[in-house]
Structures are given as structure tokens and as C-alpha cells.
Design a protein around this ligand. Structure first.
Ligand SMILES: *[C@@H]1O[C@H](CO)[C@@H](O)[C@H](O)[C@H]1NC(C)=O
Ligand SMILES: *[C@@H]1O[C@H](CO)[C@@H](O)[C@H](O)[C@H]1NC(C)=O
Length: 320
């Protein structure tokens, strides 16, 4: 995206029971996957300056964000069949829906996301934990999938860093568990979250839609330029699905001077903890590739990002 285009729409649980000779040996251990792979759907190129490079892309900032939490990334193309996606689902340990500017009901991005969303719901229902994170338009997409209806309205907050107005539920959430008190306080007082959107779900629409508010806990709200209160952070009540209307990846991995990317120590800490949190959710998934060769050829490492700092708001972009 051009600089202006960017502004558009944009367990680990190892229970080690040391048993002495005198005690009955009790081993309770939840299986953990320490080699998680998070899938990232490629995004459709909509910005003219990016068109010469490819039809779909993933900004490198999202890849670095996931890698920083201890996972690897598999780019997932939008041109495959449902059977292909069902096969990929058995190999990956979570999904990130990135931002962008596409139709949330009719685009290929929406079509593929819907396949994975169905698979993830079915898996979680069957006790096969599989997390999904949606950022910006990715969160908007999650709300469309859950509500089975597009509830978006104009809630512009473009190129502005904001503190979060946390709800009481934020303090008992999974997402913010273990956050230091100082950071929780900073989150409500300092502009730690970068906002680059025109559309969103108003708090009123969220509360009036039974499907949405029974599925997600509302963890934070913010106020748009128009004065409308919009949903800024959500967490699935029963499912490991998470959404943020803001961009945690920019705090550490995007640097355009014209864009309000928060880079303070607290902003960086927030971004780090959320990446670690989501990847930890992925560690609970035991899906895996059939063999190391298949895994290696599926990961993003064999692609080279393009330097894009001189024509977009991103430093580097992977094109597909
Ligand atoms: C914060 O959210 C509450 C509702 O949870 C709302 O009443 C209040 O106006 C909001 N404050 C700001 C500054 O957004
Ligand atoms: C951006 O920089 C690269 C590398 O220096 C250069 O090849 C390319 O032409 C530049 N693109 C624009 C649009 O200036």
C-alpha cells in the first residue's frame, strides 16, 4: 500500500511432577507442541503501487511478529481448493487473519477465511484446540463470520495511536493474563495502540447482536473521530479466537515516520506479550506436517521479502 493507502482499511503447560521414591508416581502432563506453525492467509493486493509485484502479499511485520513469539509462519494462498485447505488445517497450529482492504463476504480472502473458521470451530468443539487471531480487518472478518452478518459501520480512527478503554472483563481475560500491573495501567493511559481503520463494530452493534456478544467477551473500546464508540479488543468466551481493531505488529516492526506507530518501551512490551500469548495458544495444537520435507517447503523461509519502505508504509513485503 502507498503511505496513504496504508491508512485505508485497513500451554505452554508443562506440569512436571517430580516424584520421590516415597511418593506414588503421578505424571500429569498436557502435551505441548514446541514447534508451532501459524498460518497466515495472503492478502489481496488492492494498492496500485503494489500491483507490479504480485496479486497477493503479506507484510513482513506480521511474520516477524509471529516469529518473535516463537513460531514459524506458513503463508496460505487464496487460490487453493477447500480440500487443500482441509489438508493444510491438519498441519498448522493456528491462524492469523491480517489487515487489508477487501470485501468481507465476497472476496477470495473471505472465502478462504470462512473455510478455516469452520474447521477451527469443529476442531475446538472436538477438543482439538486451534487458535485464530484477527488484526484490524482480520478482526472485522471474525465478527462477520461469528455474526453471519456484516455489522460494520464507519468508525474512522485513521493514523492515530490510542490508549485502550479496558472493560472489567479485560482484567479476567486470557489475553491479558500475566500482564504486569504497570503495563495494564499504561495500556489505559498511554497511546500504545496504532489505529488505521475506517470501519469497525460499534459497541452498540456488538451489544445488540446476540451471536456476537454471546461468542466474544468485549475487552476494550475506543472512540472514533465521529464520536462513535467502537469495539477494539475481543476474546472468544469458549473458543481461542481473538481480535484487535488495532495493530500490535507495528509497535516493533514498522517505522514509517508519517504513520503513528507507537514505539515506546510499553508499546513494545505490549506487542511482545501478545505475540507470545498467541503463539502459546498455538502450542496447544498438536497438528503437524507429514514429514520435515513437507514442513520445510511450506514455511515462509523460502520466500524473500521485497524492500518496500520507499513506496509503501511497510518496510518489507512478501509477494505471492
Ligand atoms: C469507556 O467505556 C465505557 C463503557 O465500558 C464508557 O461508558 C466510557 O464512556 C468509555 N470511555 C472512553 C473515554 O472511551
Ligand atoms: C525503492 O528502492 C529500491 C531499492 O533501492 C529501488 O530498486 C526501487 O526502484 C525503489 N522504488 C521506488 C518506487 O522508488
Amino acid at each position: 500500500m502507498s503511505r496513504t493507502g496504508f491508512l485505508t482499511y485497513l500451554c505452554l503447560f508443562t506440569a512436571c511432577c517430580w516424584s520421590s521414591e516415597a511418593m506414588p508416581r503421578k505424571v500429569s502432563q498436557e502435551a505441548v507442541n514446541d514447534r508451532p506453525v501459524i498460518g497466515v492467509l495472503t492478502q489481496l493486493v488492492s494498492d496500485d503501487v503494489m500491483k507490479p509485484f504480485g496479486k497477493t502479499y503479506i507484510p513482513a511485520s506480521y511474520v516477524k511478529y509471529l516469529e518473535s513469539g516463537g513460531s514459524r509462519v506458513m503463508p496460505i494462498r487464496l487460490t487453493l481448493t477447500t480440500a487443500d485447505y482441509e489438508n493444510i488445517f491438519k498441519k498448522i497450529n493456528g491462524l492469523l487473519f491480517i489487515g487489508g482492504a477487501v470485501d468481507l463476504e465476497t472476496s477470495d480472502f473471505a472465502r478462504v477465511a470462512k473455510v478455516f473458521y469452520r474447521l477451527a470451530v469443529e476442531a475446538n468443539d472436538a477438543g482439538d484446540s486451534f487458535p485464530i487471531w484477527g488484526t484490524c480487518m482480520g478482526m472485522q472478518l471474525l465478527t462477520v463470520l461469528v455474526a453471519e452478518k456484516n455489522l460494520l459501520t464507519r468508525t474512522t480512527a485513521e493514523n492515530v495511536a490510542l490508549p485502550l478503554n479496558l472493560t472489567t472483563e479485560a482484567h479476567s481475560s486470557r489475553m491479558f493474563t500475566g500482564f504486569p500491573d504497570e503495563l495494564m495501567k499504561a495500556l489505559t493511559q498511554e497511546p500504545l495502540t496504532g489505529n488505521f481503520h475506517h470501519y469497525g463494530v460499534t459497541v452498540q452493534n456488538f451489544q445488540e447482536n446476540t451471536k456476537l456478544h454471546s461468542f466474544f467477551s468485549l475487552l476494550s473500546t475506543n472512540v472514533a473521530e465521529s464520536g462513535a464508540h467502537f469495539v477494539s479488543t475481543i476474546e472468544g468466551r469458549r473458543y481461542p479466537f481473538y481480535g484487535v481493531q488495532w495493530h500490535p505488529e507495528v509497535n516493533r516492526f514498522q517505522w514509517d515516520r508519517e504513520l503513528n506507530f507507537p514505539h515506546s518501551a510499553h508499546a513494545v512490551q505490549l506487542s511482545s506479550l501478545l505475540a507470545q500469548f498467541f503463539v502459546n495458544e498455538g502450542r496447544r495444537s498438536l497438528h503437524r506436517f507429514d514429514n520435515p520435507e513437507e514442513e520445510a517447503s511450506s514455511l515462509i523461509y523460502s520466500y524473500t521479502p521485497v524492500y518496500a519502505g520507499n513506496f509503501t508504509g511497510y518496510e518489507q513485503i512478501y509477494f505471492f
